[in-house]
Design a protein around this ligand. Structure first.
Ligand code: F6R
Length: 351
């Protein structure tokens, strides 16, 4: 049932061209089929989510803000502590399983305050789908590995499409949106899946004192997700954060024993390049994860995992697939329990 692979995680990584095609099918033309009330009177979006889904939510918030729509992404467990004002906000719960207790709790707090709640989930009939005012299914197919992979990619695409629909109501999304390139995304993912380079670099760049993942703009969620995936299945320390924060603390930890993975999604290459130089000065080996057309970045780094050049709004998906492969191969070399990492469960139904 693992399709001839050793692990569900690897199978699910490899499935992404198909799962993404399912997510996208019909939706570029026809939209997400939201109920007419869902966007009525909405002026802003508040995403709530945990873990990997939170990283997808961060991407969604970035995308909306890039189109001039007020949007925040909150960790569901914190959202409920001091819920923000939410009059006229659409509260979007992003949850693969639809059963994560903290996300359900945040949605219920929003419901008590009269906000419209939209669930973005993979599971038909899940609690989040049943208890929200409206639901969009990400259509990734069942995911068995504890580490979320294909569902993250499908969440990102779905949130891009959702952001576009919200922006078309609240402001005007730019004409040069990535929508035209959407249909080519599954093929672009396919070319990344060869993965032999990620396997080699996973061995070469295993750090003794930890691993840093840096990004900027819509590369920040990728850096954070790359670090989460890495720590979750390798049990090695990893941290992901915006490149601009380096000099405000983390730089103190950077040495030749802390490899740095620098995510470049096509914008702000100059800032990523200067971050790369900054950590190289401290002796850290750097792998750039970038579109292959960004030759400045690729050349300045010690090594690179490149991806096809697509619209910068969609590059996060491709760079993230490289980091999925990196984490998988590192965990595999270390002989970890990849599909069921210690102490973790697929669905966290307690707060
Ligand atoms: C990490 C992972 C978790 C989940 C989180 C939320 O690989 O899978 O961080 O993303 O527990 O789960 P859902 O999306 O089901 O709400």
């Amino acid at each position: 049932e693992k399709g001839g692979y050793d692990h569900y995680m690897f199978k699910e990584i490899q499935e992404q061209p198909v799962s993404l095609a399912q997510t996208i099918e019909g939706r570029v033309e026809d939209g997400l089929d939201l109920s007419p009330e869902t966007l009525a009177g909405v002026d802003s979006v508040q995403f709530v989510a945990c873990g990997t889904s939170y990283h997808a939510a961060l991407y969604g918030a970035h995308q909306l803000r890039s189109w001039g729509v007020e949007a925040t992404a909150s960790l569901a467990s914190e959202y409920s502590v001091y819920p923000p004002p939410m009059e006229d906000a659409l509260v979007v719960g992003v949850t693969q399983s639809g059963e994560t207790a903290d996300t359900l709790d945040a949605l219920s707090v929003a419901g008590d305050r009269g906000a419209t709640r939209l669930a973005v989930t993979n599971v038909v009939g899940s609690t989040a789908a049943r208890e929200s005012d409206d639901t969009v299914f990400i259509r990734a197919g069942p995911e068995i590995g504890v580490a979320a992979t294909k569902t993250f990619s499908s969440q990102v695409v779905t949130l891009y499409l959702l952001a576009r629909e919200v922006a078309s109501v609240v402001t005007d999304p730019p004409a040069a949106a990535a929508l035209d390139g959407m249909d080519e995304l599954p093929d672009a993912v396919e070319t990344v899946l060869d993965g032999s380079r990620a396997a080699r670099l996973a061995d070469e760049y295993l750090g003794e004192d930890g691993h840093f993942f840096l990004g900027r703009g819509n590369g920040v969620p990728v850096a954070m997700e790359g670090a989460l995936k890495f720590k979750e299945i390798t049990y090695e320390h990893a941290e992901g954060f915006p490149a601009g924060e380096l000099k405000h603390g983390p730089l103190a930890l950077v040495t030749e024993k802390t490899p740095v993975f620098a995510v470049c999604t096509g914008r702000d290459a100059g800032k990523i390049e200067s971050a790369i130089r900054e950590v190289q000065t401290r002796g850290a080996p750097v792998v750039a994860i970038a579109p292959r057309t960004m030759t400045d970045i690729v050349e300045v780094a010690d090594d690179a995992l490149t991806v096809p050049a697509v619209h910068p709004d969609l590059t996060p998906i491709l760079t993230n697939v490289q980091l999925q492969l990196l984490a998988y191969h590192a965990a595999s070399s270390l002989g970890r329990s990849i599909d069921k990492p210690r102490n973790l469960a697929k669905s966290v139904t307690v707060e």
